[in-house]
Design a protein around this ligand. Structure first.
Ligand code: UT7
Length: 325
């Protein structure tokens, strides 16, 4: 039966100018390049300067995605920005991106699901497009986690980086099979009982401050692989596809060990796994669109390829989306 699919028309990303290497971090906290690489796979990350706010990064990624799609701001009627590091408590970063790209119509809002934010935003945009209420969505993941890190805490400050990525989704009619282009299925989960494992210890409604990130890394690690595997299996089941059918596995980039353990558990061959955590660190909601843009621009992801995205983050939140490019 024919149905509306949300087809990827374009992808873009932007990284702040300044790079911070593991060697730079050795001068800030008691750590070593070897420890960081062995435990996480991270070699360097980009850190935003004062003038590079989340909306600034998001606007540049959005413009790149529009250019890649061959579209203009006028062609978009929905902007969703996944972020946990908005420029302000309000207005939303999405409305700032909307203005930044020169768009004065349609709707724009932020979505907060921490590192799972981009998967949540893709799923949400897909529902809007499927309903027929909107035609083309700009889905942005933009973060400046460097602003909410305790730079004296070696257990967290070495892990994160800043950046932004975006895709343009367009409503197109499909045949209703897994051969269609577009978002084929999405699966979102959350469980607030795990709040204390990964959180920020401030906010406007509690401390009236921004707060800093706190994480029980080992605990998050313990849950991550199983949770990721569950939602990826859900996506395979819903579409009658399997690990063999996948062309690319583009997971949230938090830790290379989590990524390879998840791929291994799911029976996904290592050469199908896109890894950018070595160059970007963990950029939270920006990590997947940054990785998608990297793999599209270097020629790996091609039209028609079956691409699985998945993430786990604070909350806990976790989710997957299967996309035929
Ligand atoms: O994006 C949201 C989801 N977040 C994640 O997925 C993160 C999940 N967790 C992780 O990626 C890993 O747990 C970490 C990378 C955070 C830590 O790796 P680990 O293998 O779980 O190490 P650990 O926390 O068990 O720490 C091992 C040792 C500890 O020392 P002792 O207690 O064994 O003496 C730490 O104090 O490493 C020490 N350590 C460090 N040493 C050098 C912790 N941070 C550092 C550091 N440099 N930066």
């Amino acid at each position: 039966m024919k149905r509306i699919r949300s087809v990827v028309r374009g992808v873009g990303s932007y990284l702040p100018r300044r790079k911070l290497t593991n060697q730079d971090l050795e001068k800030l906290v008691e750590t070593s390049h070897d420890w960081i690489v062995q435990r996480t796979g991270i070699e360097e990350r980009h850190i935003a300067e004062e003038d590079e706010t989340t909306s600034v990064l998001g606007i540049k990624a959005a413009e790149a995605a529009l250019a890649d799609a061959g579209l203009r701001a006028d062609d978009i009627d929905l902007v969703i920005c996944a972020t946990s590091t908005p420029d302000y408590t309000f207005p939303s970063t999405a409305t700032m991106i909307q203005t930044g790209i020169g768009m004065t119509h349609g709707a724009a809002f932020d979505l907060q699901a921490v590192c799972t934010g981009f998967v949540y935003a893709v799923a949400t945009a897909d529902k809007f497009l499927q309903s027929g209420s909107h035609k083309r969505a700009l889905v942005v993941g933009a973060e400046t986690f460097s602003r909410i890190l305790d730079w004296n805490d070696r257990t967290t400050c070495v892990l994160f980086g800043d950046g932004a990525g975006a895709i343009v989704l367009e409503a197109q009619e499909g045949e209703g099979t897994s051969c269609d282009r577009g978002v084929l299925t999405s699966h979102l989960r959350s469980d607030g009982r795990y709040r204390d494992k990964l959180y920020v210890d401030g906010g406007p409604g509690s401390t009236k401050t921004t707060g800093v990130l706190k994480m029980e890394g080992r605990e998050v690690f313990k849950f991550a692989v199983g949770m990721v595997a569950d939602v990826v299996q859900d996506a395979f089941k819903a579409t009658g596809t399997s690990a063999e059918d996948l062309k690319w596995f583009v997971p949230h980039q938090a830790n290379k060990r989590i990524i390879t353990a998840s791929a291994d558990k799911l029976g996904i061959a290592p050469e199908k796994v896109v890894i950018t955590v070595n160059k970007h660190g963990n950029t939270s909601a920006a990590s997947i669109p940054l990785a998608l843009d990297t793999a599209r621009k270097d020629g790996r992801i091609k039209d028609g390829d079956l691409v699985m995205i998945e993430a786990i983050g604070g909350g806990f939140t976790w989710g997957s989306a299967l996309i035929r490019w």
